[in-house]
Design a protein around this ligand. Structure first.
Ligand code: NAP
Length: 246
């Protein structure tokens, strides 16, 4: 089949920001490859947007290798897979939760980026978008595992901006504040009441709000590099300061 659309890869495309980004990029004219562990969810979205679903576990080198093998051409990579586990003081830190956050956000981004970089360079007009967080700019009590992982992920991404200077690859870091997705449900191990409380009294960003911004960055002319985009709900001033309607 003839398909002239440029290829975009979205990691963590089974829910939230990744799923919305896959939809927004397809609407912008990309052929989207959706990767995540819950590949059935990716397949349902792929069917809607004439995309492709491929199973991907970013914490598993073999899975990343097989995924990259299924993506010979790549113009745009959206490193979105990630998240948080727990919210405890350092004194009570759970090493397994920290390891999960590092493996998923940091090493996962490294693995997928390394695997797809040759294709991005070969495209002659590549673009790497990495979804970090305001947690990559700030730190807050009980959040050290997540803020440390997001800072590390951001350093990896920002370092590439210099290392790839002179090569045909753009780099955009997206730093969202509060977005209403399954993020808090995952962070609190499925505790819906605790997750709902995070968004209480605030009109949060939606996954589509973030996806729109990613699609905007991806559709600028090739010489325009949007380095960093911070987006937050109007009611949120920082990671820890927000106005809540009672
Ligand atoms: P979400 O709905 O929980 O989505 C997380 C996605 O990451 C899922 O698609 C999940 O897919 C994927 N994922 C997790 N572990 C993975 C693995 N080992 N391999 C492949 N995919 C994996 O949460 P979200 O809010 O959309 O999060 C997306 C990104 O935005 C994350 O990097 C998060 O840190 C960042 N972020 C979120 C917020 C927020 O407030 N929501 C704010 C700032 C930044 P599977 O489980 O199917 O593998």
């Amino acid at each position: 089949m003839n398909d002239d659309r440029p290829t975009a890869v979205v990691t963590g495309a089974s829910s939230g920001i990744g799923a919305a980004t896959a939809r927004a990029l397809a609407a912008a004219g990309f052929r989207v490859v959706l990767g995540a562990r819950r590949v059935d969810r990716c397949a349902a979205i792929a069917a809607e947007i004439d995309g492709v679903a491929v199973r991907l576990d970013v914490t598993d080198a073999e899975s990343v290798g097989a995924f990259a093998g299924a993506v010979p051409d790549c113009r745009l990579l959206v490193n979105n897979a990630g998240g948080a586990k727990g919210l405890e003081p350092v004194a009570d830190a759970d090493e397994d939760a920290w390891r999960w956050m590092y493996e998923t956000n940091v090493i996962g981004t490294l693995r997928v980026t390394k695997a797809l970089l040759p294709a991005l360079l070969a495209s002659g007009d590549g673009h790497i978008v990495t979804v970090t967080s305001v947690a990559a700019q700030e730190f807050y009590d009980n959040g050290a595992g997540y803020t440390a992982a997001k800072h590390a992920q951001a350093m990896l991404h920002r370092t590439l901006r210099g290392e790839l200077l002179g090569q045909p690859v753009r780099l955009t870091e997206i730093l969202p504040g509060m977005v209403r997705t399954d993020f808090s449900l995952v962070r609190f191990d499925g505790d819906a009441e605790r997750a709902d409380a995070v968004y209480q009294g605030i009109t949060s960003l939606t996954a589509t709000d973030v996806a729109d911004v990613i699609a905007f960055a991806a559709t600028r002319p090739s010489h325009v590099n949007l380095d960093q985009i911070v987006l937050k709900p109007r009611a949120q001033a920082s990671a820890t300061r927000a106005h809540r309607d009672s």
